[in-house]
Design a protein around this ligand. Structure first.
Ligand SMILES: O=P(O)(O)O[C@H]1O[C@H](CO)[C@@H](O)[C@H]1O
Ligand SMILES: Nc1nc2[nH]cnc2c(=O)[nH]1
Length: 315
């Protein structure tokens, strides 16, 4: 899994830019903003004008996304009023749990950066660890907790390269100015304060969802939501000098206090003739994750578009 062989040389990436040059009109070839569409969120690119989709299979070094709810294409287009801001969206991302090397997972972000993307809006579906962030909440990520990074599974492992800093600071990884643009956008769309929260994203490798104890552990460690993506993309984007804004859509709860009631108490109460109400037995599924993505796709799209419009205006 720690294959570091993906060719990220300037020449190799430039060959993709040549390919794109043959497929795209001039006005789309230099996108300013990139979007990564999370599980079930490919509709974020639904209203691009002059839209051109380029399948990953026609580009060099791109894998294929194998997860339901993820396509495998880059969508180019224009967003916002007047001439529009040129944008590019990844319709489908790569996850390490699919068997992709981390260098493949982050490769599209490097290509977007070389195309000229200065601001990247990364979206994902995530489980909530915080009762204050219920299902359907959009969480503006302000920090992350990445156990894989701390334990030797960091996408930036490898020989030093002259174009990148060797020791990348992460204290300002989540752009303050983009987060401000996001909350201005939420106000302009008149979204209720509860619709958009703030929190810390825990990156886990997946593909298993968390056991209850793992959920409690991540919560105790300071995470608000948990998912299996995003952090590698954030690291590569920061290494490339790109500003990052992350939006997590809460699709399910991970930590549900009632789930941990003692079965002994339950049986004892039953035998004493004072049965307790049934204990909830909840299981998360990817179908549920996709269903919430679909339900919230419109508000996510509106928020991302308004944020991009405000970025274009320098708000
Ligand atoms: O992070 P995205 O790609 O949105 O997807 C999330 O949803 C999938 C699990 O349902 C996992 O891949 C998790 O990371
Ligand atoms: N790890 C993880 N990823 C998710 N993606 C969507 N929901 C979840 C979750 O509960 N846990």
């Amino acid at each position: 899994m720690t294959d570091l062989q993906q060719d990220t040389s300037l020449e190799f990436i430039a060959s993709n830019i040549d390919i794109l040059g043959t497929l795209l009109p001039e006005q789309l070839l230099k996108p300013q903003v990139g979007i990564v569409c999370g599980s079930g969120l490919s509709t974020l690119a639904a209203s691009f004008r002059e839209r051109v989709e380029v399948p990953y299979s026609s580009l060099k070094g791109f894998g294929t996304s194998t997860v339901p709810g993820h396509k495998s294409a880059l969508a180019f287009g224009l967003l916002g009023p007047a001439d529009g801001v040129p944008v590019v969206a990844m319709l489908g991302r790569f996850h390490a749990y699919e068997g992709h090397s981390l260098s493949t997972v982050v490769y599209p972000v490097r290509v977007m950066a070389r195309l000229g993307v200065k601001n990247l809006i990364i979206t994902n579906a995530a489980g909530s660890l915080d009762p204050g962030l219920p299902v359907g909440t959009i969480v503006s990520i302000r920090d992350h907790l990445a156990l894989p990074n701390l334990t030797g599974f960091n996408p930036l492992l490898g020989p030093a390269k002259p174009q990148y800093p060797r020791f990348l600071p992460l204290s300002t990884a989540y752009s303050h100015s983009l987060r401000r643009a996001l909350f201005h956008a939420a106000h302009q769309l008149a979204l209720p304060a509860s619709a958009v929260g703030e929190g810390t994203y825990a990156w886990v490798s997946g593909p298993t969802y968390e056991s209850p104890a793992e959920g409690r552990f991540l919560r105790a460690a300071g995470a608000s939501v948990v998912g299996m993506s995003t952090v590698p993309e954030v690291l590569a984007a920061r290494e490339e000098g790109v500003e990052v804004c992350v939006l997590s859509l809460v699709t399910n709860f991970v930590v549900i206090p009632d789930r941990y009631r003692s079965v002994r108490e339950e049986v004892d109460a039953e035998l004493a003739g004072t049965p307790l109400p049934p204990s909830p037995q909840v299981e998360v599924s990817h179908e549920e994750v996709l269903a919430i993505g679909k339900e919230k796709s419109e508000v996510m799209r509106a928020l991302v578009e308004k944020t991009i419009e405000l970025i274009g205006k320098g708000v």
